[in-house]
Every structure is written in C-alpha cells, then in structure tokens.
Design a protein around this ligand. Structure first.
Ligand code: PLP
Length: 391
C-alpha cells in the first residue's frame, strides 16, 4: 500500500491533500519521496517564513533537546523567559502568555477580554468580529470566524459574537452595544482572501475603541512576524492594539502560539485562571528565540518588502495579458491573485511543474513565499503562471 492510501486508511480525512509525500526541505525548496524538487510558495501556510530547516532554528533545537525537553509551568525556564523578553522588547506589549497554536491564542484573547471587563465589574462580554475573518477551529474561534462554512454542523455556537463587514466603520458603530467588550480583527485578512483595509480603517477602529472603552484585539497569526515587511502588521498603521495573538512563524516550524497584552489587561489572568501544559515548553521557545531573532532582522524585512513589491508588479503585468486575473492585492509577501474562475486547476498544474501555491475562497490564488525568497524564484513562479494561464 502506498503512503497516500495509508493516509486515507489511518488519518481522519479532514484535509484534501495533494498526492505527494514530502520528505525534505531546505530554504525555499522541498523534495518529495521520489526526489522531485518543488519551489514552496505556501511555506507551511505562513509558518516557514525563514525557509525550511533554518540552520539557526535547527541548531537551537539540537542544543535544547540535549538539555531539557519539557518541565511544567510550575517551574521557570530560561528559553521561555528569553522569548517573552524578546517579544515584549520588540512590540507594544508588556506581557506574554504562551500556548501551542493560533486557535488557542485566540481562545486566550477572547477569555482575557471577558475577564478584564468582569474584573472591572462591568457586565460586558460581546465581541464584534469581521465577516470573512478566520480565527481558528475551536468552538469559540469558529464562532468568532466570519465564514459560515466553518460553522456548519457544530451548533450551538458560543453566545456573545456579532459580525460586521470588514473595512466598514459605519457597520462597527451600528453593531456596538453596552455589552460589547472588544473588537477582534485581522489587520489583513489571510484565509478570507488577502483583504487589505483602506489606510484609515484600523486607525479609526483604534480611536473608536478608545472612545467606547473597548479592547482592540489584533489577530496577527498570519500577517505578523515579518510577513508584511514589518515585524508586526500594526506598525504600518501608526497604532497599537490592546491584545495581539501570534502563532504560525514564531518558532520556525514548531507548534507555538502567543497572547500578548499590556500590563493593565494581562493582570486579569491570575494564577489558576488560564493555563497550558505545553505552553512555552523549553524546546519550542528555544526554537522561538532563534526564529524570532532571525525574523526581526531588518535585512530580512527589507527583502520581504522589496520582493513583495516586485512580485506584485510582475503579477500586475500578467493581469494586463490575462483577463482571467481580476485583481492583484497584498502587502509584503502575503499576496493574492483573484481570478474570474476557480483556481484549483492552476494550483494542480503548478504542482506538476514543481511550484507549490495555494488557493483560498475558491478563486483566489494566495502566495506566501518564505521571506528569504529571491528575484530569480519570483521570476520563475511568474513565468510559470504566465505559461499555465496561457494554456
Ligand atoms: C492560521 C490562523 C489561525 C489559526 O491558527 P492554528 O494554529 O491553525 O490554530 C488563526 N487566525 C489566523 C489569522 C490564521 O491565519
């Protein structure tokens, strides 16, 4: 029996997988079990932003694995403290809570925003989230997610969430009630199709939250950590959120999530109120120190901005030639090419030709190359897209 059939036999069929078995990765490339090479513009869905098997991350894992893999959070560990210090020193936040995934970080953010209001003796618990958003697969995070397809069959969902159109201040103003505690938003929607807000939107949201004394929660799980050309997406807009969630790229390929907040808010989580057995485990946070240190390198962020701008220009050139391309959008190296037709066939053709790309929302090709991507690699993918769209 081949491995693809064994997946069907032994693993829940929650994913539609491509029929290749990957065995090795290095930089922006991966190889399958037959030795075929692929240029990877999926990057483990924005996890492998440093490229595959970044040497500093691998080394940190090797060193830490020989010393200490895990102890409980009943004790202090150096890697966890060090990664928290790095995150605090490089962001708006004063405190960090570590967990194991994006959904878990968002669960923490939702719980924290409720607890904060309860501590202030305010009976407020509602969260305003955005249509087309994506926040994870737990019950609270599918409820926060603004797409019906993730909720079907799982009701009753969590009480206390309302949804408004993204990038629309009037809708937010209409949705707020005396029960509202927070507004939860991805600064750029990833899974929802790489939707970038107008320049003033997040600033206006910030001002509105200040006026109404609401918490502003940024889910930067996909667009944080260098993906947009700045370390955090909020830096583009001259504002800071009150709570921010991170995950994906933070530990260079190991599972991690993080919840960040200012002291005044973080202090609502006291001993016993929230926890995670594996959260901030020494192995994962040692990898996180190496990954975060590499991700905040201005040269890497500069490459992300310049390659992102170049890639978008090239895709806009393609748009002139291929009417099937409706729009090119993005920031840094999260880029979408929206088509007037389904994208699955193009993704399959690219895979056959050794390039991995991804399609969301049925007709939006999403490109998430590693931030180390080169001009030659971008040229290669653009030439292949041109060829595939021509045929
Ligand atoms: C991926 C993602 C999540 C969920 O992260 P998991 O680690 O899969 O739980 C949440 N929010 C955003 C914006 C994401 O892109």
């Amino acid at each position: 029996m081949n491995l693809v059939n064994e997946t069907e036999k032994y693993i829940f069929s929650t994913y539609k997988r491509f029929p290749i078995v990957l065995v090795k990765g290095k930089g922006s490339r991966v190889w399958d079990q037959d030795g075929k090479e692929y240029l990877d513009f999926v990057s483990g869905l924005a996890v492998c932003s440093l490229g595959h098997c970044h040497p500093k991350v691998v080394e940190a894992i090797e060193v830490q694995a020989k010393n200490l893999l895990h102890v409980s959070n009943l004790f202090h560990t150096k890697p966890q403290i060090e990664l928290a210090r790095l995150l605090v020193e490089n962001s708006f936040a004063d405190k960090v809570f570590f967990c194991n995934s994006g959904a878990e970080a968002n669960e923490g953010a939702i719980k924290l925003s409720r607890k904060y209001m309860r501590d202030k003796k305010e009976d407020r618990f509602e969260i305003i989230a955005m249509r087309n958003s994506f926040h994870g697969r737990t019950l609270a995070t599918i409820t926060a997610t603004g797409q019906e397809k993730f909720k079907e069959g799982f009701d009753p969902l969590m009480p206390g969430f309302t949804h408004v159109p993204f990038d629309n201040m009037d809708a937010v103003q209409r949705a707020v009630t005396e029960k509202t505690t927070a507004i939860m938003v991805e600064p750029i929607q990833g899974e929802g199709g790489v939707n970038c807000p107008s320049d003033s939107y997040l600033k206006e949201l910030r001002a509105f939250c200040d006026e109404k004394k609401l918490l502003l929660i940024f889910d930067e799980i996909q667009v944080g950590l260098g993906r947009t050309g700045k370390l955090f997406a909020y830096e583009h807009y001259g504002i800071t959120p009150d709570i921010m969630t991170l995950a994906k790229a933070l530990a260079g390929g190991l599972p991690i999530g993080a919840l960040l907040a200012r002291d005044e808010i973080a202090k609502s989580f006291i001993p016993g109120t929230h926890a995670s057995t594996f959260g901030g485990n020494p192995l994962v946070t040692a990898a996180g120190i190496a990954a975060f240190t590499a991700l905040k390198d201005p040269a890497l962020l500069g490459n992300c901005s310049s390659m992102g701008a170049y890639f978008m220009d090239e895709l806009n050139q393609l748009k002139k030639k291929h009417p099937v391309i409706r729009e090119v959008r993005g920031k840094g190296l999260i880029i979408a090419m929206e088509l007037t037709m389904p994208g699955a066939e193009i993704v399959n053709k690219c895979l056959q030709k050794g390039v991995l790309i991804n399609c969301v929302q049925n007709n939006v090709l999403r490109f998430l190359p590693p931030l180390i991507v080169t001009k030659e690699e971008v040229d290669h993918v653009v030439a292949l897209l041109d060829e595939v769209l021509t045929s």
